[in-house]
Write a protein that binds this ligand. Sequence first.
Ligand SMILES: NC(=O)c1ccc[n+]([C@@H]2O[C@H](COP(=O)([O-])OP(=O)(O)OC[C@H]3O[C@@H](n4cnc5c(N)ncnc54)[C@H](O)[C@@H]3O)[C@@H](O)[C@H]2O)c1
Length: 285
Amino acid sequence: MSIARVGVVGSGIMGSGIAEVAAKTGHEVVLRSRKQETADDMVNRLEKSLARAVDKGRMEAADRDATLARVSATSSIADLADCDLVIESVVEDLSVKKDLFNELDRAVKPEAIIATNTSTLPVVDLAVETSRPDKVCGVHFFNPAPAMSLVEVVRPLTASDATIESVRAFATACGKTPVEVKDRAGFVVNALLFPYLNNAVRMLENGTASAGDIDAAMQGGCNFPMGPLALLDLVGLDTSLAILDALYAEFRDPNYAAVPLLRRMVSAGQLGRKSGSGFYDYAKR
Ligand SMILES: NC(=O)c1ccc[n+]([C@@H]2O[C@H](COP(=O)([O-])OP(=O)(O)OC[C@H]3O[C@@H](n4cnc5c(N)ncnc54)[C@H](O)[C@@H]3O)[C@@H](O)[C@H]2O)c1
């Protein structure tokens, strides 16, 4: 199926980024958030982001206007009915996502694909919540979605070849490079990345070095664009903890057992950039 109209559910870091990518690459986009106000906020943020691109000479004013004209914002799931593809990108919580898949299945036309942007949760558990398990898969964008080139297309046992092909083609149409991955917690990237991030928190906790020095060491020593603690702040510590918990639940590998400091920071509401503080203080920056 060719994908022209895309629904994005969830107005957080990733929902906003995915909506921007899809709209910029010529797709009609319906943004759905639980409150109309937050859905409208997403459009306002998109307007600002596109205005910056025009100011910097990276986009023509006419393209900005055409992109914005393709985007609508709603709080009603029923407005997703005509979408060819709906991408769920809400909080990394299996029971919340299951309820949402159930609701989406009843609202969206039967031939539509429903995909999840989950980082780690079992995609098949969402597929079986619907009456169309063959039309459910993962489409895992990376943060920030407009800048990162990879999309992991996750194939649960139930997905049809046609679904996977359509979603691969959509990722390519978004200017991304798709890789196909089996439905295993963490897929490729997070399964390899998170033991490293978790061990960086362990180093900080046991006093090996300061946060700034751990990050500077990995940037300077491995040529990484950012250090592990700055990356955790970018991802969001609550999302990172949910990812580690899902990896540990699946594999029981101690490398995936979240370091206590990470869990305590989440309890304290120190979630990284989105809350203004994490391993670094963003309010003062
Ligand atoms: N942050 C990352 O780097 C990253 C990267 C790739 C994928 N993801 C995945 O994307 C998804 C969203 O993550 P995010 O970083 O955008 O999170 P976020 O915290 O920025 O946003 C979460 C969104 O979920 C909504 N939400 C919370 N509880 C809800 C509920 N009960 N019902 C419906 N909506 C609810 C919130 O209103 C918010 O819009 C997660 O599955 C996450 O694993 C995150």
